[in-house]
Design a protein around this ligand. Sequence first.
Ligand code: SF4
Length: 161
Amino acid sequence: MKMVKIGIMICDRNRKCTGNKCFKSINERDGAFSEVPRKETIEIVGWMTCGGCPGERLEFAPADMKKYGAEVIHLATCYLAGYPACPYIPDHINYIENVVGLPVVVGTHPMPQNYIDAHENMGDWDRDNVREYLKNLVEDKKASEKYDSTRPNFLKPTDKD
Ligand code: SF4
């Protein structure tokens, strides 16, 4: 069976996050994982906060994940969900790809609709030129609604994908 090993970096503003949405999106092949066939296994070899601006653990964490077999590093959706979006995404990508030597995917779970609404209202995604990182995360409206935990029927059994 084919397997892909990944490491996930999360924004330190979410350092106490339980990771539910990231893990759900891996299990259910949503968002950045939507193109990974279900018959392939995704193994998470590491999960860590960036350490705080501008990325205190950037030099350590992805390299350590690589030692444990990570083939790709995901910058979690929270890099873009927080207001404002992380201003250091290009630096994190650049370092991980060119120094650590692993490809980077920006995003994990679909951007929840409530965050899309807030950012569209504020206009910061355009102002801060981060649209290029959002393409796998906002295009599927149904998926964004599915991950909006503010909905009254969030995760209810009647809530079909
Ligand atoms: S904004 Fe960026 S650099 Fe700052 S804590 Fe979040 S992910 Fe890390």
